[in-house]
Ligand binder design. Structure first.
Ligand code: SAM
Length: 249
């Protein structure tokens, strides 16, 4: 999937050093309509997947949380409520446009005071070691060029006793669901992208990147290799999405 010189950008093989630029182009293009597209593409299901993730976080008042690849801030908003005034949430994203979109949206929703917005690459998180009580990455990992490096970077900045949550598209469990899901994804989603964002190619990439992403067991192993312990996952919507959890002791 990823070697020294080439990597996947959706189904295409490209030089590794070019992937971040291609991904940046995708999220620059979709940022403005990102939230609307999420609701349309998933029939609002992404809200349930995120709610489940938040319920598993067990984040408490006063804690420090890092939302990696936080985008428009769905998780950050609720984490900010949970940690309260004495806590802190950092929304980190590599893409300035997604970050601005997220900041503007959360400010408009009255989320002020305990959220910091940082432009950062998941592979090299610019935070001290052993710093956060909880780290999330939702629908972000599959866009990262070196996923192992991103997992190691998250491990480094997580406190001993802390928890990581990786919410990502995964492999549907039932063959019939898989077939239906494929038809829907490849026929409907790029057309929606064209209609709403005037950009079919970005949504074609997003669908392809989902298919190229490691399945449940592979990601579990990758998380273990990065150092996380007690790694496990919950399948959501028949495995279309999975939430992986891991700990640092
Ligand atoms: N977490 C948000 C959500 O669940 O709605 C946004 C997910 S969006 C599909 C993926 C996000 O990952 C984009 O905002 C993109 O800019 C960000 N991203 C891509 N590569 C990244 C990287 N290497 N480091 C940090 N963020 C990255």
């Amino acid at each position: 999937m990823h070697n020294e010189n080439t990597t996947n950008f959706g189904y295409r093989k490209i030089p590794t050093q070019e992937k971040a630029t291609h991904v940046a182009h995708v999220f620059h293009s979709v940022a403005e309509h990102y939230d609307l597209m999420n609701d349309l593409m998933s029939f609002g299901m992404h809200r349930l997947w995120k709610r489940f993730t938040l319920s598993q976080s067990q984040v408490r008042s006063g804690q420090r949380v890092l939302d990696v690849a936080g985008g428009t801030g769905d998780l950050t908003r609720v984490f900010a409520e949970k940690v309260g005034k004495k806590g802190r949430v950092v929304l980190a994203d590599i893409n300035d446009k997604m970050l601005l979109q997220g900041r503007e949206r959360l400010l408009n929703q009255g989320v002020i005071g305990n959220v910091t917005y940082v432009q950062a690459d998941a592979e090299q998180l610019p935070f001290p070691a052993d710093y956060f009580d909880c780290i999330s990455i939702a629908f972000g990992l599959r866009n990262v060029t070196d996923k192992a490096a991103a997992l190691r970077s998250m491990y480094r900045v997580l406190k001993p006793g802390g928890k990581v949550l990786v919410l990502e598209f995964s492999k549907p469990m039932l063959p019939m669901l898989n077939t239906l899901y494929d038809k829907y994804s490849f026929h409907v989603i790029p057309r929606l992208g064209e209609w709403i964002c005037n950009d079919k190619d970005s949504y074609q990439y997003l669908i392809e990147s989902i298919r190229m992403h490691p399945d449940q067991e592979t990601l579990k192993e990758m998380m273990r290799e990065a150092g996380f312990e007690d790694v496990d996952y919950h399948n959501l919507t028949g495995g279309i999405v999975a939430l992986h959890k891991g700990f640092k002791y």
